[in-house]
Design a protein around this ligand. Structure first.
Ligand SMILES: [Zn+2]
Length: 107
């Protein structure tokens, strides 16, 4: 049962990871993006967020393999299932997240 759930999460995370990598590899029309400084900011920021997401997903996959997936990395409490459903790569519980919202940039 738990194994099956882990397999599901692994598949979901792998799909997210593949999607992020695919989008990063897509050729972008730099000319359009640089037309306005605001557009440029969006372009750079989008890439930054996707890199961050990729990092979070890779870390979650690693935790899955280590067997401490779903455990808050700050207080070691189990992360609520609803939270993991919404954010499968969540590394901290809601309480720690709310205490230091800056640590997780992507949710
Ligand atoms: Zn916590």
């Amino acid at each position: 049962m738990l194994e099956q759930k882990a397999e599901e999460i692994r598949a979901g995370l792998s799909a997210t990871r593949a999607e992020v990598v695919r989008r990063q590899d897509e050729p972008q029309d730099i000319g359009d993006c640089l037309q306005k400084s605001h557009d440029e900011w969006l372009f750079v920021n989008q890439n930054r967020i996707e890199s961050e997401l990729l990092r979070e997903v890779e870390a979650a996959l690693h935790r899955l393999e280590e067997g401490d997936y779903g455990i808050c990395q700050s207080c070691q409490a189990p992360i609520l299932e609803e939270r993991l459903e919404a954010v499968p790569w969540a590394s901290r519980c809601v309480r720690c997240q709310e205490a230091q919202p800056d640590m997780d940039l992507v949710e």
